[in-house]
Design a protein around this ligand. Sequence first.
Ligand SMILES: Nc1nc2c(ncn2[C@@H]2O[C@H](COP(=O)(O)OP(=O)(O)OP(=O)(O)O)[C@@H](O)[C@H]2O)c(=O)[nH]1
Length: 373
Amino acid sequence: MLEALQAQNDHLRRRLESLLRQARSNEEKLRRFERLEHALIGAGSLPDLLRVILLDYRETFELDAVGLCLLDAGGDLQRCLDEAGVDRAAAFPGLQLLGTASEQPLLLQLGLRPVLGQFQAWRHACLFGPDRGAGLASCAVLPLVRQGQLIGSLQFASRDSGRYEADAGTEFLERLAAIVAICLDNVLNQERLRQAGITDALTGLHNRRYFEQRCPIEVGEAQRHGHGLACLFLDVDHFKRINDTHGHPVGDEVLRQVGQRIRQQLRAGDTMARYGGEEFVVLLPRCPDEHALETAERIRRALCETCVELPDGTQLPVTLSAGLSLLSHLLTSSQLPLLAGSLVAAADAALYAAKAQGRNRIVMGGQGAGPGA
Ligand SMILES: Nc1nc2c(ncn2[C@@H]2O[C@H](COP(=O)(O)OP(=O)(O)OP(=O)(O)O)[C@@H](O)[C@H]2O)c(=O)[nH]1
């Protein structure tokens, strides 16, 4: 009798200890989850957010693979990563940006709930990018839904076949998916707002505000690495006549086309903006001085050698004048904004000279007195 009671007692103690261990482990898991939740909510940019989702989550919860598929029909996400200088494949191999959900047929079959179960390579491997090493045994696919619309899927895989069992509860994963979807939406909205603030509505090019932020950065880079930096100020000749003769909407169309033609002559890393009215400004970083004039000439010729075609088929000859300034021609200064201002002022003065000398030409700014003078 005593022995039976003792055995029962031992059994109950072991059971209690096991429940306590389980409770402590759950508490610890919850704490880790809360920390990640804070990191998700606190991520101030898309790359930061992706780092938390794809890298921190994997490490914290000791997962063997994490994949994220996001619908990016408008290319906003890719643009955002490009602007942040992020090489997607290298930084986030588990991330896939899709034009439509049909590029990942599994997404089309997803409902609103996470799907857990056995990892089937033929079915799930494509969701994990190159991370899908052999030996994955179970996985969870979480639909990411925002305002009733599927925006992508987040997936986790483990070598442990018991990690994601088909009949396991999904409350925790559902909550995570909801937070991830909200955070993605938030950073994208912030990014769209930021873009709108630095984009010229007429031409879709960057605007003067962007240029003014960018210019001191490029000047700093050029100084640090001893590279050349050229600034080009371009202005459409007799633009007022175009407006007066053909009307303002035609003037707008000419500005759009001129903007595109200039952009086509530039490299991806060059900065270009509509400065205002019919003026455009360009920065040519890492550009040897002798190439800057060639680039300016190429732009000028691209305009004057081919007419702008108006929507009604009219061929309109358009020319532009430009002023060119070179950082190497300015006296250096430790104050980047002043130096950037001098670079722009020198290009502007040279543009003025180009207009005075008859238009449709490039004038190189003279040796300028920099702010250090
Ligand atoms: N259609 C259109 N016109 C604009 C816009 N912004 C400025 N303008 C016009 O651009 C014209 C610029 O004229 P001016 O500064 O006299 O220069 P210009 O006629 O090009 O003469 P030069 O620069 O000396 O060759 C003005 O008539 C402005 O109203 C715009 O967004 N759209």
